[in-house]
Design a protein around this ligand. Structure first.
Ligand code: MG
Length: 413
């Protein structure tokens, strides 16, 4: 099964902006607002990173978020393309659909503002699509409240049999050829063909159509729902975001783990000084088998500690010639890949660097911004602290640099 994933991120986020407690005038920040320390959209993208059936990811984005989005996608292993979204969701998806690879026979569409999507929900959708023969499958939730159908004067006409009512969510997985066909139909004026779903109360498709299932329904292609027991809301208002954060923090499907790391390297003249992946133009640098980046080594040990996966020496032995003069950022990247595979997410990093001289000064902020990008965290969730050693010991005499790190991980069950 080959899938093109289209993420709809073309909305202006107006409903969110109006309620933004920060008073921010920017209406397009919803997808970049921190949710448990990471931008909303980073959570959304993350869920799809390890789905092997997804061969390409296209984000149909509102023009106002394109530059911020371009920066965010760089830190994800799966390549992401961005296309300019349209005036409506359906138009945005149509624009992305035309750019998708025709070799991928399935199109999966997901709302950018549904960051609580879980890998399990995606795999259940794929399982359903693999077993059956419908033209589309959508993630949906059985409706729980008692629903009343009313007349114009609000008099109750009847109670809806909720056994057959589902709320449509995303992802929606549909055969590429049917989605194209449905869009062609829309482009011809949205005329519903004879014998089509209109008799069953379906809406004629237009560029206002709010999901892909409706488009397929309009050309009589069977679409099935795949129920789930989780919570996969679309974040629209600040209240939604707060609820989502509380849900994620209190969710018993996420275990919080803490890891601790420490490292020290001797400083010698003439070595390049790397700290947190940033090159510092100092006259001394840490001696080491790799680049001797103490900050990254401490962070890596903390991440491995939280995962219960040994230490940096087990993974990247200084006896192994393969790792000689290797940039430690490569080690961190490899550990992050492993963390993702094991369903761990990094939520927060706190560090203390002990360096007598030279002073780190502005580099602290530079390192923080760089690490936040690599770790896909909001910079507020990355803390870089530095201190001297009051002239005491190896660090104090300028012979060494050391570092402590505490990392908080969430383990998704
Ligand atoms: Mg080291």
């Amino acid at each position: 099964m080959r899938i093109s994933l289209i993420i709809a991120a073309g909305g202006s986020g107006k409903r969110f902006g109006k309620r933004d407690v920060t008073g921010s005038a920017s209406f397009t920040t919803k997808l970049f607002y921190p949710l448990l320390g990471r931008p909303v959209f980073a959570h959304t993208l993350e869920a799809f990173q390890t789905v092997p059936e997804i061969h390409e990811i296209i984000v149909a984005a509102h023009p106002r978020i394109i530059s911020e989005l371009s920066k965010l996608i760089k830190s994800f292993p799966k390549q992401v393309r961005i296309v300019k979204g349209g005036a409506t969701r359906a138009e945005s998806v149509w624009k992305a659909l035309q750019k998708s690879n025709p070799k991928n026979e399935w199109i999966m569409v997901h709302d950018g503002a549904r960051p609580l999507i879980e890998k399990k929900m995606i795999s259940n959708l794929l399982k359903a699509a693999n077993k059956k023969s419908a033209g589309g499958y959508i993630l949906a939730k059985k409706v729980v409240p008692t629903l009343k159908r009313v007349e114009e004067n609000f008099q109750i006409e009847g109670t809806v049999d909720r056994n057959f009512i589902y709320e449509a969510e995303t992802p929606q997985l549909v055969k590429r050829k049917y989605l194209f066909e449905a869009y062609q139909n829309v482009r011809r004026g949205g005329v519903t063909p004879p014998g089509s779903g209109s008799g069953r109360g379906n809406l004629a498709p237009t560029f206002e159509t709010t999901d892909e299932a409706s488009l397929l329904e309009s050309i009589d292609v069977p679409v099935r729902v795949v129920n789930h027991n989780g919570w996969n809301p679309k974040i629209t208002t600040m209240e939604d975001l707060r609820l989502a954060e509380a849900y994620m923090a209190g969710n018993d499907r996420v275990d919080i783990k803490t890891g601790f790391g420490y490292d020290i390297h001797r400083l010698i003249p003439g070595r390049k000084f790397y700290l947190g992946g940033i090159h510092l133009p100092f006259a001394v640098g840490p001696l080491g088998h790799s680049d001797g980046d103490v900050l990254l080594h401490a962070i890596i040990d903390a991440v491995l500690g939280a995962m219960g996966a040994g230490d940096i020496g087990d993974w990247f032995s200084d006896k192994n010639p393969k790792f000689k003069n290797v940039k430690s950022m490569k080690f961190l990247e490899a550990v992050l890949v492993e963390a993702r595979k094991k369903n761990f997410k990094i939520l927060h990093v706190d560090t203390v660097i002990i360096l007598e001289r030279p002073k780190l000064g502005d580099y602290k902020n530079k390192i923080k911004i760089h690490l936040a990008k690599v770790l896909r965290l909001d910079p507020k969730s990355v803390s870089i602290k530095a201190k001297t050693h009051e002239g005491v010991g190896l660090e104090g005499s300028g012979q060494a640099v050391s570092c402590y790190a505490v990392v908080t991980l969430g383990e998704e069950k």
